[in-house]
Design a protein around this ligand. Structure first.
Ligand code: ARG
Length: 426
């Protein structure tokens, strides 16, 4: 490992202890590295503004940070166990390239606010992607809601046949769900959009750091005013971001449940695109919805991550190394969750209904509610109408799913304009 930032002359470093302290942390920092570099450039600009760096020093630092970022992306620079963490790697590269000038970058900052600001930028980007995926899913569902408005299917409660429904109504439910998820992602991104840089170790510093400047430079909408709150928000903001991600994946979980049921021979309402199913190693007849099952299971990753972070947040105020453990669950859950969500729009766009099977599954009992309400419309008290409909003997020829859906549309159900308007605004 390169020399530690904090190593004092004459002290010995035990490799085994060091490995335990750093753990996988430096590898996880790969995900934060470009954000750490971006925040380092803003910090350097702030230092130049208060005369700690000359214009030339600032230019040199920004040039080297840009080169480091490019080398990292191209693979020419590898962030690995040679460094204690990503923060050390940035500083040691600047020192290696710029000598004295590089040794000034850490003026007025701590790795405590450095990791916070890099994570915050990562969170903002991840929530932006969450919003994008949720919008994409909602868009497909809403388009298909319009197209399939008149396609009858059974509506279930308790998984028992309940009322006539339509594929359009089924789609509209998912569209509205993912519109809400996209909105939550956007609102959560706004909630976490606060700059911790400049809080240093958690108590500020005796330099007039221009925190307003770094806040604007990094595109934050506000700064975390109390240096002490910056550390209190570590884990707390991650948890809220995971909550937003979890809402979308909970919807995916229930959606995947529907799809796995509908794709079974027992329901047989849909066929899935071939690439989304897999074969069995033993049973030649099988096409299994493994992908849908993994989508359904994906929420587990987020729930686990939330629990880990929640468990960590049993600490007094101020920085504690415990907080390092908030990094891995956050990164793992977002990486997996966003991958899962990214697969959903195409799956939904290409699944196909089996209209004849769906229609055949609508039995006469499913018109009983319509019947009772027809009677109520004619003035029969609803409780009497309810009894009559329940007792009415055999199916009447008029049990027509299309008419049932039409009557509901005429009563004002199924208009999608409001959903289109919300989606367009996201
Ligand atoms: N890897 C550390 C973390 O994630 C960076 C901050 C280290 N700060 C410290 N005071 N040891 O928390």
């Amino acid at each position: 490992m390169s020399e530690l930032l904090w190593q004092k002359p004459g002290t010995r470093v035990d490799e085994r202890i060091q490995r335990f302290l750093a753990g996988r942390d430096v590898l996880l920092d790969r995900e934060l590295f470009v954000f750490d570099i971006e925040a380092s450039a803003a910090h350097a600009e702030g230092l130049a503004k208060i005369g700690i760096l000359t214009g030339e020093e600032l230019d040199a630092i920004k040039r080297e940070l840009g080169a480091l970022s490019m080398d990292f992306v191209s693979g020419a620079f590898v962030l690995d166990e040679r460094y204690e963490d990503g923060h050390s790697a940035i500083e040691s590269r600047l020192v290696e390239r710029l000598g004295e000038t590089g040794r000034k970058i850490h003026t007025g900052r701590s790795r405590n606010d450095q990791v916070l600001v890099a994570t915050r930028l990562h969170l903002r980007a991840a929530l932006g992607r969450l919003r994008g995926h949720s919008v994409a899913i909602a868009r497909v569902a809403l388009d298909r809601a319009g197209a399939d408005a008149a396609l009858p299917m059974p509506g279930y409660t308790h998984l028992q046949r309940a009322m006539v429904s339509s594929a359009g109504l089924w789609w509209a439910g998912w569209a509205e769900a993912f519109i809400d998820d996209a909105q939550l992602a956007r609102d959560t991104a706004a909630w976490v959009d606060a700059n911790p840089l400049g809080s240093a170790s958690g108590y500020g510093v005796n330099l007039p750091l221009d925190r307003g400047y770094t806040t604007r430079a990094l595109g934050f909408s506000r700064m975390q005013v109390a240096a002490t709150y910056a550390q209190l928000s570590r884990g707390k903001f991650e948890l809220q971001a995971l909550t937003a991600l979890g809402q979308a994946l909970l919807d995916v979980r229930r959606l995947a449940w529907d799809l796995s049921l509908f794709a079974s021979a027992e329901f047989d309402f849909i066929s899935l695109p071939a690439e989304y199913t897999t074969g069995s190693s033993l049973m030649p007849n099988k096409r299994n919805p493994d992908l849908i099952e993994l989508l359904r299971a994906s929420y587990v990753v987020v729930a686990g991550a939330r629990t880990e972070i929640e468990q960590l947040l049993s600490l007094p105020s101020g920085y504690h190394r415990d907080l390092q453990f908030s990094k891995e669950p956050l990164l793992r859950a977002f990486a997996h969750g966003l991958d899962a969500l990214a697969l959903v729009p195409d799956l939904l766009a290409r699944m196909e209904w089996k209209p004849a099977v769906m229609r055949a599954a609508i039995d006469d009992g499913m018109f009983a509610t319509d019947k009772a309400l027809e009677l109520a419309k004619d003035g029969v008290p609803f409780r009497d109408a309810y009894r009559q409909a329940a007792e009415s003997p055999l199916p009447r020829a008029g049990n027509d799913p299309d008419a049932s859906l039409r009557a509901r549309r005429e009563a004002g159900f199924g208009a999608l304009d409001a959903l289109h308007a919300r989606l367009d605004a996201l």
